[in-house]
Write a protein that binds this ligand. Structure first.
Ligand code: 4NP
Length: 149
C-alpha cells in the first residue's frame, strides 16, 4: 500500500500524518510506503513547521528530514491512497483527477476514525493546537492501518 498524506502547505498537518504512519510501518514491518505533499507550493522545499517538529519529537517521531512539496497529477499513478486533511485539500486534489480510478483513491483522513462524518483536521498554522491535531491524526492513522493491513 502506497499512501500519500496531503494538506495545504505540507509543513504542519501532513508531515505529522506522514511521520505517524511511517512509525507504524516500521513498528509493524508493513510492506507499505508513505509520503506527503501540499496543494499549494507556498512552502515547497521548506522543513516542517517547528511546532510540528516539536510535537512529533515529543511523541518519539523525527519529521525534521521531510521537505515540503506540491501535490502533482502524477501522484495519482504513484499512490494507492491519497488522504486529504480537510475538504478544501480534498476538492483541490480532485480537480487534478482524470478518471474514476483517480477519484476513488482520494479520501478524508478523519473518515477512518469517524466514518462518514467528513471531519477536517483543523489547520493549526494560525490557530495553534498542534498536540490536539497530532492526537486526531494518530487516532485516524491507527484505524487506517487496521483497515488496510
Ligand atoms: P498545513 O498548514 O496545510 O497543515 O501545512 C499550513 C501551512 C502554511 C499555510 C497554511 C496552512 N500558509 O498559508 O502559509
Amino acid at each position: 500500500m502506497k499512501v500519500l498524506m496531503v494538506c495545504l502547505g505540507n509543513i504542519c498537518r501532513s508531515p505529522m500524518a506522514h511521520g505517524v504512519l511511517q512509525k507504524e510501518i516500521d513498528n509493524q514491518s508493513l510492506n507499505w510506503s508513505v509520503d506527503s505533499s501540499g496543494t499549494s507550493s507556498f512552502h515547497s522545499g521548506d522543513l516542517p513547521d517547528s511546532r510540528s517538529i516539536d510535537v512529533a519529537r515529543k511523541n518519539g517521531i523525527d519529521i525534521s528530514k521531510q521537505r515540503s512539496r506540491l501535490f502533482v497529477k502524477s501522484d495519482f499513478n504513484d499512490f494507492d491512497l491519497i488522504l486529504a486533511m480537510d475538504s478544501s485539500n480534498y476538492q483541490n486534489i480532485l480537480k487534478l483527477a482524470t478518471s474514476d480510478e483517480d477519484r476513488n483513491k482520494v479520501k478524508l483522513l478523519l473518515n477512518y476514525a469517524y466514518p462518514g462524518e467528513n471531519r477536517a483536521v483543523p489547520d493549526p498554522y494560525y490557530e495553534g493546537g498542534f498536540q490536539s491535531v497530532y492526537n486526531m491524526i494518530e487516532t485516524a492513522v491507527f484505524k487506517l492501518v487496521e483497515t488496510h493491513k
